[in-house]
Design a protein around this ligand. Structure first.
Ligand code: FES
Length: 175
């Protein structure tokens, strides 16, 4: 294989930019609007509530309700933990990585030691992450249709959509 072939095989185009929307993708909104707002939510394909975020120059998309108990992630702060960007659920402060949907937590080395020494651990993927594509100033989401169950799937039903909509707090002003 020539070095040119190697280059073309190993360098893939950025996932957030393309010349035409992927076949199974769904239009979310204008890039400028989402960048300005920082986040938006949408019922995608009539079946899935998705949170789309723009953070530090990148788009992310994930199930809108938290895998723990259905918390409204669209009202969560974004913070870095152990070098990973996470959304912090406003309900019980669970931390979910933006890129993978992993639940992060702090474990304790020895509960009797003073001071306590903690370290970050992953519970694995808990929140379903979807793919975002940006095309000519428009943002599209392709739903992650993996058949493997992910905990956040539980809250993608009409029941939770109705019940949790009523319980949502008012959005915080942007800082
Ligand atoms: S519902 Fe998100 S942390 Fe409990």
């Amino acid at each position: 294989m020539s070095s040119e072939e190697e280059t073309s095989q190993t360098s893939s185009p950025p996932s957030s930019s393309s010349s035409s929307p992927p076949p199974a993708s769904h239009f979310i909104g204008k890039t400028d609007d989402i960048v300005k707002a920082g986040r938006t939510t949408k019922l995608v394909n009539g079946c899935r509530d998705v949170l789309i975020l723009y953070h530090q120059g990148q788009f992310h998309a994930m199930d809108m309700r938290c895998y723990h108990a259905g918390g409204a992630l669209q009202y969560g702060d974004i913070e870095e933990f152990n070098g990973r960007q996470c959304i912090v659920c406003p309900w019980h402060k669970y931390k979910i990585t933006l890129a993978e949907g992993e639940g992060l937590y702090q474990a304790v080395d020895n509960p009797t030691a003073k001071p306590l020494r903690t370290y970050w651990c992953s519970k694995g993927v808990k929140q379903r992450i979807h793919k975002v594509t940006e095309v000519n100033g428009d943002v599209y989401v392709t739903l992650n249709d993996s058949s493997e169950a992910i905990e956040s799937d539980v809250y993608q039903t009409e029941k939770y959509r109705t019940v949790l909509l009523k319980a949502q707090p008012k959005p915080k002003p942007k800082t």
